[in-house]
Design a protein around this ligand. Structure first.
Ligand code: IPM
Ligand code: MG
Length: 352
């Protein structure tokens, strides 16, 4: 079991370190961990946020455990040298087009949600975000117009095959849940979205057991705070999925709680190759203070065991330990408590 650990910037190393501690506690036979540089840390050391040796390391691994990238001191660098390019580069170079972002209410956290507890209690959804296309990877640029103004532009596009493959992932995921799929787009305004919707409707014919509905993204954002319990599986493009998953995290209680899996088509000897990361960023404001919530990172490690190593039992063990720690009252600073990074991980470890 070869796992590449890319901890990255800000709170990345702190939270990833705790996830590694949890993995080690499971005593998995044949577990080999190796570390690589990504993000601002990699830029400082190698002159690039995603050095060639890091990419090679990822290709040779069965899975990647990723922390976070982003550093305000890099905001003025040309885009190709900014820390974010590390994770964007890994997603595209490794063909990780399907991003699974589950958001489920934890027992005891109903009062921590930004929503009223009786509304928050019902949250049990899975956002499937397309990760290799959309305005994220379209041509982009800035230029100066004849009148002297600067103009910035980013091309938004999806091809039929890109939408089709993510739609299949989403329908299959919905089949394993409560067989309801919501496709989120902006087809009333965008051609990209009209094509998205047409293809999703076409793919739906192969899944007659799944009830499909379509929502415009503005309506979806509104419905997610009005009645999140109505959602089961959501499938959407790269940009809308980025936004809606941050929103879903605060409906659950904190962005420090949501893990993610990024999967492609590559199968290893153990399972599906994937990259696993919290949905949160590098949080430079609290980095180095031992205050970050490691639960999203720990839950990402659980997703890794499930998808890349077919170890459902160990994945569930970690998830149960996290649930139990929260049910017993473990609260980090993000949830109004005072448990630090290490202490929260200890609470999980003692229940593992
Ligand atoms: C995420 C992050 C990334 C994204 C950033 C760091 C490039 O916000 O994984 O949600 O926009 O995809
Ligand atoms: Mg995001």
């Amino acid at each position: 079991m070869k796992i590449a650990i890319f901890a990255g910037d800000g709170i990345g190393p702190e939270v990833t370190g705790e996830a590694v501690r949890v993995l080690n506690a499971l005593d998995l036979p044949g577990l080999t961990l190796f570390e690589g540089d990504v993000g601002a840390a990699a830029y400082r050391r190698h002159g690039h946020p995603l050095p060639a040796e890091t990419l090679t390391m990822a290709r040779e691994a069965d899975a990647v455990l990723f922390g976070a990238v982003g550093d305000p001191s890099c905001d003025d660098l040309p885009r190709e040298h900014r820390p974010e390019q590390a994770v964007l580069g890994l997603r595209s170079e490794l063909g990780l087009f399907a991003n699974l972002r589950p958001a489920t209410m934890f027992k005891g956290l109903e009062n921590a949600s930004a929503l009223r507890p009786e509304i928050a209690r019902e949250i049990d959804l899975l956002i499937i975000r397309e990760l290799n296309g959309d305005v994220y990877f379209g041509e982009k640029g800035t230029h100066t117009l004849d009148d002297g103004q600067r103009e910035g532009w980013d091309r938004m596009a999806y091809t039929t095959s890109e939408v089709r493959r993510i739609a299949h992932v989403a329908f299959r995921a919905a089949q394993g849940r409560s067989k309801r799929l919501t496709s989120v787009d902006k087809a009333n305004v965008l051609e990209t979205s009209q094509l998205w919707r047409d293809v999703v409707v076409e793919v739906a014919e192969e899944y007659p057991d799944v009830a499909l509905e379509h929502l415009y993204v503005d309506n979806a954002a509104m419905q997610m705070v009005r009645e999140p319990g109505q959602f089961d599986t959501i499938v959407t493009g790269n940009l809308f999925g980025d936004i809606l998953s941050d929103q879903a995290s605060m409906c659950v209680g904190s962005i420090g709680l949501l893990p993610s899996a990024s999967l492609g088509e590559r199968e290893t000897a153990h399972g599906t190759f994937g990259l696993y990361e919290p949905i949160h960023g590098s949080a430079p404001d609290i980095a180095g203070h031992g205050k970050a919530n490691p639960l999203a990172a720990i839950l990402s490690a659980a997703m890794m065991l499930r998808h890349s190593f077919k170890q459902e039992e160990n994945a569930v063990r970690i998830e149960r330990a996290v649930e139990q720690a929260l049910a017993d009252g473990a609260r980090g600073f993000d949830l109004g408590g005072s448990a630090g990074t290490r202490e929260l991980a200890d609470a999980v470890l003692s229940r593992l």
